[in-house]
Design a protein around this ligand. Structure first.
Ligand code: KG4
Length: 343
């Protein structure tokens, strides 16, 4: 007996994802249809394309998710009547992308007479840490680093979040994507830059560590991006070949040094014993290792999500939705997408 099953939907950016989670938090099915190929030649996510692709994919993702959940239980497929609730990412994200998931969720709830649960996308990224570390409990500090966000959050309790600071311009993932674009390495930039950087010398080129000593938890990435692009242009003008691994490693080191310095301050100021990471850039091996090195020697436990759960997925939304379900916290069918939802 798996208890009530919750279907969750995630469509905030460029993945159309659905999952089925049981009452113990076991993921019975998780399907992610990525649109990366349709955005790659533009070097970033094009909101209008994202919205259209979600519309095209969402019914197929729904059918695939119910079929895989059926397999999990040894039956052909699940039916909507097997579900106890529907959870959906309501924000933050691209409004035209979010509305596709929210409209689908509301339609399903109306048709199958199911309760609706609104989930905050960033809370989903935090919950992804619970897959392998179910005993992670607030209070802790979280670093949320993705294509759209870069922030440090003091999680005092689940649902009680204090934003310590955020980027004042580009997000960390965006910086990876823009540097990769300048080098003609395609989209998304994070995976390719982190692979290159593993072979390079992080001290080869000095790039600025913006706001490292600003005394607060704000970040700025646009100057670093510009410094890297200026360096590339200078080398090109001088006719010198660019050492890609060294460039990648030096760029990544500049990002990581600032992330780690601010994480250490945040942990010391709040006095927490736990730290975790969430978002697409949490998959960066250098960042994961640097957080562990700096914080574990200060007696702070560092939790990271499994690699497969760093990028956008609906299984992490399922863990958040299950908590709301157990708390009896549901949303009316008048729910709207909230592209700027505050944490
Ligand atoms: O969380 P996510 O899937 O979507 C957003 O909500 O933004 O994050 C995608 C971002 C992209 O900018 C991508 O380049 C970055 O995460 N990323 C990485 C790595 N893997 C993905 N950045 C650095 N290193 C990685 N290994």
């Amino acid at each position: 007996a798996a208890g009530p099953l919750i279907l969750t939907i995630e469509s905030s950016c460029d993945e159309t994802a659905m999952a089925v989670t049981d009452s113990h938090g076991v993921v019975c099915a998780s399907v992610v249809a990525t649109q990366i190929d349709f955005h790659a030649r533009f070097g970033g996510v094009v909101p209008e394309i994202a919205s259209r692709k979600h519309t095209e994919a969402i019914v197929g993702v729904f059918e695939e998710t119910l079929a895989r959940a059926g397999e999990h239980f040894g039956v052909d497929t699940l039916a909507p009547s097997d579900l106890a609730a529907v959870g959906v990412t309501a924000g933050p994200g691209l409004v035209g992308a979010l509305v596709v998931g929210v409209a689908f969720a509301k339609g399903l709830c109306a048709a199958a007479d199911l309760p609706l649960i609104a989930v905050h996308h960033l809370e989903g990224h935090l919950m992804a840490n619970l897959f392998e570390t179910p005993d992670l409990e607030p209070p802790f500090v979280a670093s949320i680093v993705s294509g759209g966000n870069t922030m440090l959050v003091h999680v005092r309790a689940w649902g009680d979040y204090v934003l310590l600071g955020a980027t004042i311009d580009d997000a960390v993932g965006e910086a990876f994507d823009k540097v990769a674009k300048a080098l003609g390495l395609g989209y998304p930039g994070g995976p390719v830059i982190s692979k290159l950087s593993a072979q390079g010398n992080p001290k080869a080129i000095h790039f600025p560590r913006a706001m490292m000593h600003s005394g607060d938890y704000s970040f700025s990435l646009s100057g670093l991006k510009t410094a890297v692009i200026t360096y590339i242009e200078g080398e090109n003008r001088a006719g010198r070949p660019i050492n890609l691994p060294d460039l990648a490693a030096s760029f990544e080191a500049a990002v990581i040094d600032v992330q780690v310095a601010k994480a250490v301050s945040a942990v010391e100021e709040t006095g927490v014993a736990d730290f975790c990471v969430g978002g697409g850039v949490a998959a960066n091996p250098g960042l994961r290792a640097a957080y562990k090195r700096a914080l574990e020697k200060r007696g702070v436990r560092v939790t990271v999500p499994p690699m497969r759960a760093c990028g956008d997925n609906a299984a992490m939304i399922g863990i958040a939705a299950l908590r709301s379900y157990n708390a009896g916290s549901f949303s009316p069918l008048t729910l709207d997408a909230d592209p700027n939802a505050a944490l």
